[in-house]
Design a protein around this ligand. Structure first.
Ligand SMILES: [Zn+2]
Length: 216
C-alpha cells in the first residue's frame, strides 16, 4: 500500500516546491522599482549614444562621480558629475526644446537638505527623454522654457547652487516627467560611450572654431 502511495506523495511534494518557488518569484516581480533593479536592467536607449559633452568644443573635464554611488542613487542613479569650475559655460548635449529653468537660487551646501535649491536647465530631447544640467550659477542661464536649442549651444554657466560638496556640473538624461527631477537612465556620449570615474573627457575641436580660421 505504502509502495503504491509513495510516487504520488513525492509528486505532490515536488509540485508544492515548484508552486511556492513560482509564487515567490512573482511576488518579487511586483515590488516597486528600486535603483538597484534599474542598475541591473537598464532600458535599451540606442539613440542616446550620440550626445555631445555638455561643455564647449576642445575643452576637457574629469568625471568625479558616476552611478549608484554617493549622492547618485534613486532618481539620480544614472547621473554623471564633472569637475567644471565656477563660471564654465555649459552647453546642450543635443538639439531640443527647453522645458524648465531655475536660475535665481544662491543657496547651496554639502547635504541633501539643499537639493531643491539648485539652479538648472531641463532640455526636452523630443524623444521622451530630457537632459538635466544642474548646479548652475544664479543669473547665468541664457535660455527660457520654450526656446529651441541646438547641440553645443551654451545655456548657462556652472556655479554653486543646491546640494554641492565642491563645484561641479551634475548631468543626467532622464525620462520626462512633471518635475525637473525625474528618473535618470543610462546614457553616454558620442566619443565617450561609457565614462568612468576619474576619466578626463575631451570634446573635440569643432568646425569653424578660431583655430580652424587661423589655420586657413
Ligand atoms: Zn551629481
Amino acid at each position: 500500500m505504502i509502495r503504491h502511495l509513495l510516487p504520488g506523495v513525492l509528486f505532490a511534494l515536488l509540485a508544492a516546491c515548484v508552486l511556492s518557488f513560482i509564487a515567490a518569484r512573482s511576488a518579487q516581480a511586483t515590488l516597486p522599482d528600486s535603483h538597484h533593479s534599474d542598475t541591473q536592467a537598464p532600458p535599451p536607449l540606442p539613440e542616446l549614444g550620440q550626445l555631445e559633452l555638455p561643455w564647449e568644443c576642445s575643452e576637457a573635464f574629469r568625471v568625479t562621480q558616476t552611478h549608484d554611488v554617493g549622492s547618485h542613487t534613486g532618481l539620480g542613479t544614472w547621473a554623471f558629475d564633472f569637475d567644471l569650475p565656477v563660471g564654465t559655460p555649459v552647453s546642450a548635449p543635443a538639439a531640443g526644446e527647453v522645458r524648465l529653468v531655475h536660475d535665481d537660487s544662491t543657496r547651496h551646501g554639502c547635504g541633501p537638505e539643499f537639493a531643491w535649491d539648485a539652479n538648472y536647465v531641463v532640455i526636452d530631447l523630443q524623444n521622451g527623454y530630457d537632459a538635466l544640467l544642474l548646479h548652475l550659477d544664479a543669473g547665468s542661464v541664457t535660455v527660457k522654457p520654450g526656446d529651441k536649442v541646438e547641440a553645443g549651444q551654451v545655456v548657462g554657466r556652472v556655479g554653486n547652487s543646491g546640494w554641492v560638496c565642491g563645484t561641479h556640473l551634475h548631468f543626467q538624461v532622464q525620462r520626462s516627467c512633471s518635475s525637473w527631477w525625474c528618473q535618470s537612465v543610462p546614457a553616454g556620449f558620442a566619443e565617450h560611450p561609457q565614462p568612468q570615474t576619474g576619466q578626463e573627457l575631451s570634446r573635440p575641436v569643432c568646425e569653424a572654431e578660431p583655430q580652424m580660421a587661423l589655420a586657413g
